[in-house]
Design a protein around this ligand. Structure first.
Ligand code: IMP
Length: 195
């Protein structure tokens, strides 16, 4: 899979969040199409397995909801909140701000994440889960920045590979703004005071 490229003819649309300017990158319709495909595979792989589906808050909330709905995936949904980001930069420490309530021992587990950047967050968390002796642990991620990856993370269900540029929208935030945008936007030129 090569890096996602915005389709030709995509309207040039800019938004400003805080001090940064972003431009339309992955439109809602393309996100929806890809989710349908991923949901189909997940549904068939987990049929009869009653997985524990762990949504990584806060960014994966919309992706998890749409994925589970698109595939009518039957499973137990749980939430974890991990934090390794400060503004637009990945930091070295992963903090578990909220833990899952489920006992995963002997269960199939599917972790759903919004974006894998350096891979540090998921590398830490998947190792942590595996110590609890689940039957299996797989990962679904909407976005991957292959050029930023420093920790090997095996993503079974991947939405799109993207260049190493900060993105917002569809659950992803910039300092807690932008999560509710239907499309995904990519960091554009720095604000030079033209607005
Ligand atoms: P990693 O540990 O470096 O892979 O970072 C993963 C986490 O950083 C994700 O769960 C996001 O919360 C956040 N993150 C990484 N890249 C972006 C981005 O481009 N936009 C918004 N959040 C991001």
């Amino acid at each position: 899979m090569s890096n996602f490229q915005s389709p030709r003819g995509l309207p040039i649309k800019h938004i400003k969040i805080g001090d940064l300017r972003f431009r339309l990158f992955i439109p809602e319709s393309i996100i929806e199409e890809r989710i349908q495909e991923l949901a189909k595979s997940i549904k068939s792989d987990y049929r009869g397995k009653n997985p524990i589906i762990i949504c990584v808050l806060k960014g994966a909330i919309l992706f998890t909801s749409d994925l589970v709905k698109a595939g009518e995936i039957d499973g137990q949904i749980d939430f974890v909140r991990l934090s390794s980001y400060d503004g637009t930069t990945s930091t070295e420490k992963v903090k578990e701000l909220m833990s899952i309530a489920s006992d995963i021992k002997g269960r199939h587990v599917l972790v759903i994440e919004d974006i894998v950047d350096t891979g540090r967050t998921l590398d830490y968390y998947l190792k942590h889960l595996k110590k609890q002796e689940p039957l299996s642990v797989e990962l679904a991620a909407l976005l991957l920045k292959p050029d930023a990856l420093k920790f090997p993370v095996d993503i079974k269900y991947l939405g799109f590979k993207i260049p190493d540029l900060f993105v917002v929208g569809y659950g992803l935030d910039y300092n807690e703004s932008g999560r509710g945008l239907r499309d995904i936007y990519q960091l554009d030129l720095p604000d030079v005071g033209l607005y």
